[in-house]
Design a binder for this molecule. Structure first.
Ligand SMILES: Nc1ncnc2c1ncn2[C@@H]1O[C@H](COP(=O)(O)OP(=O)(O)OP(=O)(O)O)[C@@H](O)[C@H]1O
Ligand SMILES: [Mg+2]
Length: 288
């Protein structure tokens, strides 16, 4: 295994081009809107001139392709198990936007092996050179392999709804991650917010808990309202930001995109990235 990792390290050294920002989209509780956020945030980034790849990490139960109304021929597992080459599992949506499907209705959930993890690193080291941002839509909850992957990312976007159960589960998820590695950029997005002030207060409580008990600073990228356009867009299998550009939820998504790209001051883009180094570190330690 050491030889493989060393070979990969040498391969990576030949690549000094600016790497993509790698972002894990996570939540504590399931069903809070990660996949819808990922799909629409991706469009927002593309609208700002970025080249974006989405990776559906909900392997076996992926649904990001449904949100795009796309029918992928292959999915991540086909690449990981050596059945397909990397570019065969990348499904283009339009210029500057593509995704790797997680595969749905798979009979067996993927059992990670060292070989698959090595192949994942290999693939992402190539993809990092082709995109500006790679968004990993994670499945709900914390499995060992999902935490290993999340820990390897540069940045985390935590999606939480304002309900107390979502907030406490979100905190637990952050605790899992921070116990492994607290040294990353944490962003929070409030979703399905009915009352603005209630949403702000919930996220402020979450931020405070993370600061006090995990010693981690977070930034709130913004709040997305509970909006019927989201459901209608899911049914139409078209991202809401495209289908209803004037809806409140779409305008908010664009402002979240701006905050993500430029922070508080437009014009100063946030750079990155140590994703591949970190994921290699995990691989070398023989995790997963
Ligand atoms: N802002 C919103 N307004 C109204 N409905 C929403 C909003 N966000 C999400 N939803 C609804 O919640 C459903 C679940 O969203 P989504 O599939 O994105 O959640 P998820 O976190 O990815 O779920 P899972 O944990 O199962 O992967 C959507 O189909 C949509 O109907
Ligand atoms: Mg999802």
């Amino acid at each position: 295994m050491h030889d493989q990792a060393e070979a990969l390290r040498l391969k990576m050294m030949g690549n000094q081009k600016q790497a993509a920002r790698s972002i894990a989209i996570v939540s504590g509780k399931g069903g809070v809107g990660k996949s819808n956020f990922t799909a629409n945030f991706a469009y927002g980034l593309v609208a700002k001139g970025k080249k974006v790849l989405i990776v559906d990490m909900d392997i076996g139960m992926g649904n990001i392709h449904i949100l795009f109304g796309a029918t992928p021929n292959y999915h991540l597992k086909d690449y990981l198990t050596n059945s397909k080459d990397l570019w065969e599992v990348v499904t283009p949506i339009e210029d500057h936007l593509a995704f790797i499907a997680g595969g749905s209705g798979l009979e067996t959930v993927l059992e990670w092996s060292d070989t698959m993890f090595a192949r994942l690193i290999d693939g992402f080291s190539i993809l990092q050179r082709s995109y500006d941002v790679i968004l990993f839509d994670m499945g709900a909850g914390a499995t060992k392999s999902s935490i290993d992957l999340i820990v390897a990312m540069d940045e985390i976007i935590l999606i939480a709804t304002p309900e107390p159960t979502s907030i406490t589960d979100a905190y637990s998820m952050m605790k899992f991650i921070c116990l492994r590695d607290a040294n990353k950029t944490f962003h929070i997005v409030g979703n399905r917010v009915l009352k603005e002030q209630e949403g702000k207060d919930s996220l402020a409580r979450l931020q405070l808990a993370m600061r006090k008990f995990l010693s981690v600073e977070t930034s709130v990228l913004g709040l997305l309202p509970d909006d019927v356009h989201v459901r209608n867009a899911v049914i139409a299998q078209t991202p809401f930001i495209r289908m209803y550009p004037n809806a409140q939820v779409s305008k908010r998504m664009l402002s979240i995109t701006d905050t993500f790209l430029y922070g508080e001051k437009p014009g100063t883009a946030i750079e990155n990235s140590g994703f591949i180094d970190k994921i290699k570190g995990i691989f070398q330690k023989g995790r997963v």
